[in-house]
Design a protein around this ligand. Structure first.
Ligand code: FAD
Ligand code: NAP
Length: 338
């Protein structure tokens, strides 16, 4: 166990916010995690878990022990001719894992290529893109309970997955450190190319595409469309796409016939948050060092020395303008790290 003090986290968050952790430790096993947690308890310190820092807003100083899981490894277990269970360590990079699976003939994750971050964080907000969410592929996971200091297995249903949600982001926020995630993947290629941008990128033969072609198409679209955090610091989509009632949607559509929306069950519609933000006049605007990306209204960028307060101030102004124009309360996707 190597505990660092006053550790700069500037390189541990994709918004490049200046932030210092009073204590920081990398843990590569259950044993080193347990040892670190016992040490934090002896010092009366809170414990916070940081993966790749691509979905958090870091405050300037963090008076806690920040635990950074680096547990590695990918293990396979054949279930039957068509399915495998693939267990991955929390510290493996998400995109590396997706590429590994596609390369080795384990299919299902290809639409989720190039999402930044670690495998341990993937269940936390049930990451999703291009019509696939990890909830459809996670079999189970193992997590260390900071309250009871014991290891627990969660089945898929116990994770409480929903749209960009799980128990780890809500009722159990901060309680568990995910160490391994088990995916049930198919050895039989089945591609999901329903998203228009994806089928367009694949051209006429999208349904006949291989999983590798789908992954490459996703990489191509994302590389062109989304700002690379290593050059333009950002945390991806800053707001979730809101789900509203059909009645609310019909009322808005009378005034704004172009509003993009998708079915979300029988009584609801999912509305494109980027369109709401652009319609409220925020796309491309900058307030101090916080800019709403000119190509992608859902992405807030730190174009200088912005801090967490600057980011939240702009986000709250966007929420207020969207609410006053459309009566829709946008919900932030990244959370304050505390
Ligand atoms: P962090 O940001 O470090 O942590 C996020 C949360 O998870 C924190 O609350 C943290 O405490 C907790 N956490 C992290 N690791 C663990 C662990 N091992 N155990 C328990 N809790 C843990 N998200 C999508 O859903 N779809 C996308 O398409 C997508 N695209 C993105 C594109 C860009 C350019 C960026 C910057 C972000 C994008 N995101 C997307 C958001 C983000 O990449 C994901 O949410 C990712 O899973 C976060 O992983 P991380 O390791 O960086 O987690
Ligand atoms: P896009 O293709 O321009 O589409 C805009 C929005 O419309 C998306 O957010 C998507 O919702 C929704 N959408 C499009 N086609 C749909 C369909 N057939 N059925 C249901 N919903 C549909 O989106 P984008 O911004 O370039 O992002 C592409 C994908 O990557 C999206 O899935 C997005 O969620 C994901 N992404 C996520 C983040 C993040 O930080 N969370 C960052 C970048 C990209 P959904 O978002 O619900 O899919």
């Amino acid at each position: 166990m190597h505990i660092e003090t006053n550790k700069s986290l500037a390189d541990f968050n994709t918004l490049a916010l200046a932030s210092t952790a009073r204590f920081f430790v990398s843990v590569d096993s259950l044993e080193s995690l347990r040892e670190s947690v016992v040490w934090a308890e002896s010092q009366n310190l809170d414990v916070l878990v940081l993966g790749g820092g691509s979905n958090v807003i870091l405050p300037g100083s963090i008076n806690a022990l920040v635990i950074h899981p680096t547990v590695k490894g990918i293990d396979l277990e054949k279930v039957n001719e068509d399915d495998v269970l693939v267990t991955v360590g929390a510290g493996e990079g998400w995109h590396y894992f997706v590429s590994y699976c596609v390369e080795h003939g384990f299919f299902g994750l290809e639409n989720l290529a190039l999402i930044p971050g670690s495998c341990g964080a993937a269940p936390v907000q049930n990451i999703g893109a291009y019509g696939v969410e990890v909830k459809d592929l996670i079999h189970s996971l193992s997590a260390f309970d900071l309250e009871t200091q014991s290891l627990r297995t969660f089945s898929n249903s116990e994770c409480g997955f929903a749209y960009r949600e799980s128990v780890f982001k809500n009722q159990h926020k901060g309680r568990y450190v995910i160490l391994h995630v088990v995916f049930r993947l198919s050895t039989v290629p089945k591609v999901n190319v329903l998203y228009p941008a994806l089928s367009a990128a694949l051209g006429g033969n999208s349904h006949g595409a291989t999983p590798k072609q789908v992954m490459d198409a996703v990489i191509g679209i994302r590389s062109k469309k989304l700002p690379d955090p290593s050059r333009v610091p950002n945390a991806g989509s800053f707001f979730k796409n809101p789900i509203i009632s059909i009645e609310h949607y019909i009322a808005i559509k009378e005034t704004y016939p172009d509003i993009p929306a998708y079915d979300a069950g029988a009584a609801h519609k999912k509305v494109a948050a980027a369109w709401l933000i652009e319609s409220a006049g925020w796309k491309g605007r900058a307030v101090g060092d916080v800019e709403i990306h000119p190509e992608h209204a859902l992405v807030l960028t730190n174009c200088g020395q912005a801090d967490a307060d600057d980011i939240f101030a702009v986000a709250q102004n966007i929420q207020a303008d969207v609410f006053s124009k459309f009566g829709i309360q946008l919900e932030m996707e990244p959370q304050l790290f505390c």
